[in-house]
Write a protein that binds this ligand. Structure first.
Ligand code: ANZ
Length: 846
């Protein structure tokens, strides 16, 4: 039997699809549209297994929707700006553009070898002038609408990458890319006013019913809506300050008040700008990052002022006012009242500075004498030691009551706060989209006129300078606008801006006058299915949701708010990790296995430590190169394997053995195909055998439902099931009238997963018409049966088979005629029946 020559066959089909523009999309109003999008890659140089998985999942869906008759848009592009290009170019004396475009070419060829149904005519790259000129237009539109502004602010400074990071890009106090500990630095920065849409972004989540709950929860927490109250504290002391406002979610703990703390950047710090001790303290504070986590875990330190704050609910109580490093200037009012009994940060602070710790909430199971001792008690309970608040349930009723009293007495008012901060988009780097503004000699901002866009990046520049290379581009920086000499902005935009609207560009990739054409986005948007990694749950997905609202704002010609109707987050591709004796990571191809033991390749004296399976990453060297695998086993085998082992939302373990099995399965399918072909070409046909009609109908229904539900790993099982059925069937039967027709339908069902193979077989059988997804007849489906265990007093006595979801009554009807059970309950008192649908019916008898 001839071997399935995947090399030639896959190449042939990929060329065919390319030559015939098989996946070209145009607007077709007669058909329902389906916009299938996978997160676009950063062109780092080579595709990795994560890409293979992501794009295979998307491709299966896109192909299936196409066969179902949808007009499918399935595009691909490149998130092509960003630091790695600049760093690589600097270190190797290259042009970032050349580096990036070379990588794009390599990766595009690799993706093509996976046999993806992509409309390459729509390819976009965010570093191309055709792309970023529109982004600059958007920036200017947002500037006009006052959704972009510039302000001096503390920023997260990555000392290694020498750039600012957004809060979202600081993970555990470290830069998301460099891993360096992030510092605080004050800089003039451009911000997108994302916080203006906090409530809308929160409300919008409720309507995203096809998004994973975990992603919605992460966004919800990030937006962080807090209900509370603002309180004005009267202060006395040696400064001309009368009061300090605080935001609190726990006004009900006011009787536990023992200090007031403000941020080192609070307006009252102006009175301390010549105070050496204070300046030293402030310097000390800047060593803690700006993120809340960094502050929560860091040491709590304070600087005491001579001010005293007065408790508004008990004016006889006066407490010291401190500057403290755990108070953030850009949350609430940059000031907090400290209640050490019921807030851990306040507790740590009070311990350090020997301040009073009063208990004003007791847990439900403790009495009035309860005292906070080793740590703050932040849980629910009953208010104590608090005059008129005593006895209130905390924090529910007690908070409502306190706010009511404070409002009545004009001492405070209800307030909602959001944790979401404005998005800092300035980056002090060369390889990004230039911000299209310039400054006059007074520092006033001037928009670059739209007719002068794009502001192109200067070429062939020295990247080895310290800081932002654009700063040293004197010729580029100078620009004449309306006869006036201005100096260009040298910051470039965070690359997350580029990915905040790329899905609109895919709808109109060649539109010259604007980022998109209204007619195009009206037809294609929203994206029907977006597929990507959960690591983008906050950053990219929140920015995109904001960007749509920002374009929408004061704009009657645009009405998209939610860009992604349905979101699927796929799991990681994992692999065992290996280390040598000196704890250096080893890659899978540096090791070999002998008698179940691992050694450094060729060195039996060098054992290898096998670590747990973790998501593939270059740093741990546990990567498998997709190109190598595709070359050895073929794209269809890789697609089959990457979907086979676990549901697409879960992690998948890479296994060489699994890969080989997938390869062998395709070879087996090919042998089966050849046998079927011989049967079909036999002139002497026999009469129909309905068994195959029934099976085909069932497998179509299973695969269809599994496709709709993203149960892709089950589809692979369905494919194995089909193989087993067919091999058995052709053994038992000669040629049949209905074999060809059924087999073709099964091949079509296989085609989203193994498109090269399925198409080859269909053509081999002389199939010429357009292929459609086969229909199935629900009436012909066998009802699914389940086993119900019948128990008597909890003991298994019988198992009966019945249709799935049968109710108790239907089961009782069967039991009535079951002698075994009847013997047990005859003449007995049935006290109770416990029924667990599809599982158990338990008789409790006396
Ligand atoms: C007094 C208090 C007592 C508080 C207590 C909590 C517990 P969420 O829920 O995250 O919004 N806070 C207010 N402004 C702050 C700032 N600029 N920097 C640091 N912390 C600040 O948190 C609200 C709580 O965070 C507020 O409620 C305030 O402390 C603190 F038993 O006020 B609370």
């Amino acid at each position: 039997m001839s071997r399935y020559n995947f090399q030639d066959i896959e190449k042939k089909w990929q060329k065919y699809w390319e030559d015939n523009k098989s996946f070209k999309t145009v607007i077709n109003k007669k058909k329902k549209k389906f916009y299938c999008l996978e997160m676009f890659p950063y062109p780092s140089g080579k595709i990795h297994m994560g890409h293979v998985r992501n794009y295979t999942i998307g491709d299966v869906l896109a192909r299936y929707k196409g066969l179902l008759g949808f007009n499918v848009l399935h595009p691909m592009g490149w998130d092509a700006f960003g630091m790695p290009a600049e760093n690589a170019a600097r270190d190797n004396n290259l042009d970032p553009k050349v580096w990036t475009n070379t990588n794009i070419n390599t990766m595009k060829n690799q993706l093509k070898k996976l046999g993806l149904s992509i409309d390459w005519d729509r390819e976009i790259s965010t570093c191309s002038e055709e792309y970023y000129k529109h982004q600059q237009t958007f920036f200017l539109e947002l500037l006009e609408k006052k959704l972009v502004y510039r302000k001096e602010n503390y920023v997260n400074w990555d000392p290694v990458d020498q750039t600012v990071l957004a809060n979202e890009q600081v993970i555990d106090g470290k830069g998301w890319r460099s891993g360096a500990v992030v510092e605080r630095k004050k800089l003039n920065q451009w911000f997108f006013n994302i916080s203006k849409f906090s409530q809308e972004l929160l409300d919008g989540l409720d309507k995203l019913d096809k998004w994973p709950n975990k992603v919605k929860t992460m966004q919800k927490n990030w937006i962080g809506k807090s209900f509370g109250c603002e309180i004005e504290f009267k202060v006395k002391g040696d400064l001309p300050v009368d009061n300090i406002k605080c935001f609190t979610t726990r006004p009900d703990t006011l009787f536990g008040f023992s200090f007031l703390a403000v941020s080192v950047d609070h307006p009252i710090s102006n009175y301390f700008k010549d105070n050496k001790e204070f300046l030293k303290f402030k310097e000390e504070c800047s060593k803690t990052g700006t993120t809340e986590e960094a502050i929560a875990v860091g040491d709590k330190i304070g600087f005491k002022t001579n001010l005293e704050a007065i408790n508004p609910l008990d004016t006889s109580q006066k407490v010291p006012v401190y500057f403290a490093n755990f108070v953030l200037m850009d949350y609430g009012f940059g000031a907090v009242f400290g209640c050490p009994g019921h807030d851990q940060r306040d507790f740590d602070f009070a311990k350090k500075y020997k301040l009073q710790i009063k208990t004003v909430v007791r847990p439900y199971d403790k009495d009035e004498n309860f005292k906070v001792s080793n740590e703050a008690y932040a849980g629910p309970g009953i208010i104590i030691n608090s005059k008129f608040l005593n006895g209130y349930e905390a924090p529910t009723n007690s908070v409502i009551e306190t706010i009511k009293v404070l409002e009545e007495k004009n001492l405070g008012k209800k307030k909602i706060n959001f944790r979401l901060k404005d998005w800092g988009v300035s980056r002090q780097r060369y390889w990004g989209c230039p911000i299209p503004v310039a400054y006059d000699d007074k520092g006033q901002v001037h928009a670059i006129p739209k007719s002068m866009l794009p502001v192109k990046l200067p070429e062939k520049i020295n990247l080895k300078v310290k800081g932002n290379p654009l700063d040293s581009q004197k010729n580029w920086k100078e620009v004449i606008i309306d006869g006036k000499k201005l100096i260009r902005e040298t910051d470039t935009l965070d690359t997350f801006v580029c990915s905040s609207w790329y899905y609109l560009r895919f709808c109109s990739p060649n539109e010259n006058n604007h980022g998109f054409k209204k007619e195009d986005i009206d037809y294609w948007m929203p994206v029907d299915q977006y597929i990507g990694g959960v690591e983008h749950a906050i950053l990219h997905l929140l920015y995109s949701r904001f960007f749509m609202r920002a374009i929408n704002y004061e704009n009657n010609n645009f009405n998209i708010t939610e860009p992604f109707q349905s979101l699927f987050t796929q799991g990681m591709v994992c692999h065992e990790t290996y280390k040598d004796e000196k704890n250096n990571w080893l890659s899978p191809d540096e090791i070999e296995k002998i008698d179940n033991q691992f050694f450094v390749k060729g060195k039996l004296d060098k054992p290898v430590k096998v670590g747990p399976s973790e998501s593939m990453s270059k740093s741990k060297k546990n990567v498998i190169d997709p190109e190598f695998i595709i070359k050895n086993y073929g794209a269809d085998s890789v697609r089959l394997f990457i979907l086979s082992d676990s549901p697409p939302e879960k992690d998948v373990q890479w296994s060489e053995q699994g890969m080989i099995s997938s390869y062998k399965f395709i070879q087996k399918l090919w042998s089966l195909h050849k046998e079927i072909k011989i049967k079909i070409s036999n002139e002497n046909k026999e009469k129909q055998n309905n068994e195959i009609d029934k099976f085909t109908n069932q497998i179509i229904s299973k695969i269809t439902i599994n496709l709709e539900k993203f149960n892709y790993n089950v589809i692979i099982a369905n494919m194995y099931e089909s193989y087993n059925f067919l091999i058995d069937f052709i053994k038992k039967n000669k040629n049949l009238n209905n074999l060809e027709e059924n087999y073709k339908k099964i091949l079509v069902c296989f085609s989203p997963v193994i498109p090269h193979f399925a198409n080859e077989c269909l053509v081999d059988l002389g199939f010429k018409e357009n292929i459609d997804w086969p229909k199935y007849d629900k009436k012909l489906l066998d009802e699914e049966k389940v086993n119900i265990v019948i128990q008597i007093n909890g003991k298994k006595r019988e198992i009966i088979q019945i249709k799935k979801d049968a109710n108790e009554k239907e089961i009782l009807t069967i039991i009535k005629n079951n002698d075994k059970i009847q013997n047990f309950i005859k003449n007995k008192d049935v006290v109770k029946k416990v029924f667990v649908p599809n599982k158990i019916l338990n008789y409790i008898i006396k």
